[in-house]
Every structure is written in structure tokens, then in C-alpha cells.
Design a protein around this ligand. Structure first.
Ligand code: AMP
Ligand code: MG
Length: 277
């Protein structure tokens, strides 16, 4: 549980990504050394998510943001796999369709918010509307400027209706991104992940950094905090994400609901039926 306090963006604090080390990896030195702890953590998440599902008093929303190749898909694969698919949804947000563009920016997001008992992961999210939209001037400044407050209000309402929100910003260095792009180029099985825009967006690294810093500063709130996960080491990113998810579930003090039937009566009835053949 050691990383939560260290990685949270304290509400109201200013954020300079240059002051954060994306290569930070906590107390483990290697993937192999970190793996047992990751597996233990994931094993503890599973039964708690089952209680979340059974109790239906809380919902969990995990928001993933990060530059291309930061590891958003990787977190879905390596961390969210701990959860029962029956109670979990993963939604990726791409460029808005014509129908989505015809609505307010939260419209397409709202319908994927988890209901009580559910966990949901957003692979990209409403934050694209203050990230890619800001960097590329897809909307005028006076439009995206108002969205920070709109997002805070939206998330506050969700949290008041029982949704616990965790937001993970996966932070990699520019060099690490290039390394990952090269791995993709060298591996035909990963070619499908490559797009032209990966390289053109890279040239906007500085603009993205400013947009990420604004997002982290303006939208880390007590009800929906941002965490900056140093992600150059995939195994540290996975361990930190899973620890924070586990601690969040533990803090919910989840309880299985009381049975809706009298178990003793049922037991008697079926035992008797079994005895009677
Ligand atoms: P990927 O997640 O790599 O499949 O790429 C999805 C693409 O959709 C990224 O380039 C995002 O920046 C883009 N995208 C997601 N949401 C929006 C949005 N609201 N407006 C414009 N582009 C978006
Ligand atoms: Mg991509």
C-alpha cells in the first residue's frame, strides 16, 4: 500500500511533470522480483470485486489516460484481468462519431459509467476533450476552458451517486515512447498498433505536457483524484495501479448482502429431499 500516498496528485497542488521521474520503480529492482507481489495483489482484488458485485452499493470507475504507448491497453490486460468479466466493462474512447459530436462532450461518456455493483474502465475518456482537443484546437479555447469545471461537477455527481473514481495518468518519457514504437515496428504482430499520428503527435510532446499538467492540476479532487503512475517500467505501473485499486476496494468496507432466503429452511428442505432420494 506504499505507493498511493506518493503518487496521488494532492487536490489544489501544482504539477510539473519534469519533476517526476517516469522511471521510478519503488523498492523492486526487476520485473521478476515484482511479479509475486503483483500476483498477490491481484488475487486480493478478485474476491473484493465479487463483493462489490454482490452488494450493489458501490461502483468503481478507473480512468486511464496517457500518451500513445504509455500502457493504457497494458493496464487493461495485466491489471483488469483480475476482475470477473461479468461485473466489469472496458470502454475505449476514439475520435467522436458524427452522432457523438452532435451532443455535449459528456454524453457518450455518461452511458458507460458503471452502475452499482459494476466496475468500469475507461481507456481514454472525457479528458480527451481537454487534451487532444486543446492541443489541436479542435474546439475554441473558450469552449475547452469551461470543461475542467464541467468535468469536476460531473465526477462529483457520480461520486455522490456511489461511483468511486480513480484516475491514472500513465507517465512515460519521450525516449521510452520511441523505444516502444521501435518494438512495434520490429514485431509484425504489433504492426496493427502503429498509426501515422503516433509520430506526428510525438512532435507535440510539449503541448501535450502542458495539457496533462492542466488536467492534473485542475481536476484532481478529493472525490476523484488523479494519480501519476511512473510507467517506464511496465511492471511498476501494473503494481502501482493494482495496489491503488485494491486499497480503494478495501476502503469501501464491502459486505455480502444478507441472504434473501432462510438458509436453514433451504438446507433442511434439500437435505431431506436428498435423504429421501
Ligand atoms: P487509440 O486509443 O490509440 O485507439 O486512439 C484513439 C484516438 O482517438 C486518439 O488519437 C485520441 O486522441 C482520439 N480521440 C479520443 N477522444 C477524442 C475526442 N474527444 N476528440 C478527438 N479525438 C479523440
Ligand atoms: Mg494509439
Amino acid at each position: 500500500m506504499e505507493y498511493r500516498e506518493r503518487l496521488i496528485v494532492k487536490p489544489g497542488s501544482s504539477v510539473k511533470l519534469a519533476d517526476i521521474d517516469p522511471g521510478f520503480h519503488g523498492r523492486h529492482e526487476t520485473h521478476e522480483k515484482a511479479t509475486p507481489e503483483l500476483e498477490e495483489t491481484l488475487a486480493k482484488i478478485a474476491p473484493l470485486q465479487e463483493l462489490l458485485y454482490a452488494e450493489k452499493k458501490h461502483a468503481l470507475l478507473v480512468v486511464l489516460q496517457g500518451i500513445d504507448a504509455a500502457g493504457k491497453d497494458g493496464v487493461c490486460w495485466h491489471v483488469i484481468r483480475a476482475m470477473n468479466p461479468q461485473g466489469t466493462t472496458v470502454t475505449g474512447f476514439k475520435q467522436p462519431t458524427a452522432e457523438e459530436r452532435a451532443h455535449d462532450f459528456l454524453w457518450r461518456v455518461h452511458k458507460h459509467v458503471p452502475g452499482l455493483g459494476q466496475a468500469a474502465v475507461f481507456n481514454r475518456s472525457h479528458y480527451e476533450d481537454v487534451l487532444v482537443v486543446r492541443v489541436h484546437n479542435l474546439a475554441p479555447k473558450k469552449v475547452w476552458e469551461t470543461r475542467y469545471d464541467a468535468i469536476n461537477e460531473f465526477e462529483r455527481q457520480l461520486s455522490e451517486s456511489g461511483v468511486t473514481i480513480l484516475k491514472f495518468f500513465l507517465y512515460i518519457s519521450k525516449e521510452e515512447q520511441l523505444k516502444r514504437f521501435k518494438v512495434r515496428l520490429d514485431d509484425p504482430a504489433r504492426h496493427w498498433k502503429i498509426s501515422d499520428s503516433d509520430y506526428s503527435e510525438r512532435e507535440l510532446w510539449g503541448d501535450y505536457t502542458k495539457a496533462y499538467e492542466a488536467m492534473l492540476e485542475r481536476c484532481s479532487t478529493s472525490h476523484a483524484p488523479w494519480y501519476v503512475l511512473p510507467s517506464n517500467h511496465k511492471w511498476f505501473r501494473n503494481l502501482a495501479a493494482s495496489q491503488i485499486i485494491l486499497e480503494t476496494l478495501q476502503n469501501m468496507k464491502l459486505k455480502a448482502p444478507k441472504p434473501s432466503v432462510d438458509i436453514d429452511v433451504i438446507r433442511q428442505k434439500y437435505l431431506k429431499a436428498a435423504e429421501d432420494g
